[in-house]
Design a protein around this ligand. Structure first.
Ligand SMILES: [Fe+2]
Ligand SMILES: [Fe+2]
Length: 186
């Protein structure tokens, strides 16, 4: 699929971004950049087959999300800290994958749980203000795919949770939230 087809399949071609959504959209673009790099980092743990399989699949989806965000967020509106989001994404993917499949899944579940909340906030805002139905639809498609990632990670890991995983889970959640909030502004 080329970029145009991808943008079309997310119904993003003529989606308009209202002024008051620019900060949010900047954070979406930054977040999808980080997500792509999480899965690039994880693929360095090349001997772990389940990690490679999940990373390859998720990478393709995140890459599409990034293409959509690139279409919707002009160069001048993008985060000035993209290098940092790439490094942090890469580091998170690499380190969590180095600790094995289960730990990696916990990390992905935490990231995607945050991303779901982040997209839902925007969807709700667009719905309430009825400012751009097109954009709402785009975000909705992305959000559903993030939920798929989250559910997949959760199922692969099993339901039992260890204490340190809980701590890691909330650490990753707060870290993602901090990064995304910074990228709303710079
Ligand atoms: Fe994504
Ligand atoms: Fe995702």
């Amino acid at each position: 699929m080329n970029s145009k087809n991808i943008i079309d399949s997310y119904k993003a071609y003529d989606a308009s971004v209202p002024r008051n959504m620019i900060g949010w959209m900047r954070s979406n673009h930054a977040g999808e950049t980080g997500a792509v790099w999480i899965y690039i980092g994880a693929q360095f743990i090349f001997w772990n087959r389940p990690i490679i399989k999940m990373s390859k699949e998720h990478y393709l989806t995140e890459k599409k999300h990034l293409i959509v965000m690139r279409h919707l967020v002009k160069r001048t509106q993008r985060s000035k800290l993209l290098i940092l989001w790439r490094i942090l994404g890469f580091g998170l993917g690499f380190v969590s994958a180095a600790f094995g499949y289960r730990f990696f899944c916990t990390t992905i579940q935490a990231v995607e749980t945050f991303v779901e909340k982040h997209y839902k906030e925007q969807i709700e805002f667009l719905y309430k203000t009825s400012s751009s139905y097109n954009l709402l639809e785009v975000l909705n498609i992305c959000c559903n795919e993030e939920i798929d990632h989250q559910v997949e990670a959760k199922m692969s890991k099993g339901s039992e949770i260890f204490k340190f995983e809980k701590i890691w889970f909330s650490f990753v959640g707060s870290g993602s939230s901090l990064a995304v909030n910074i990228s709303r502004f710079i």
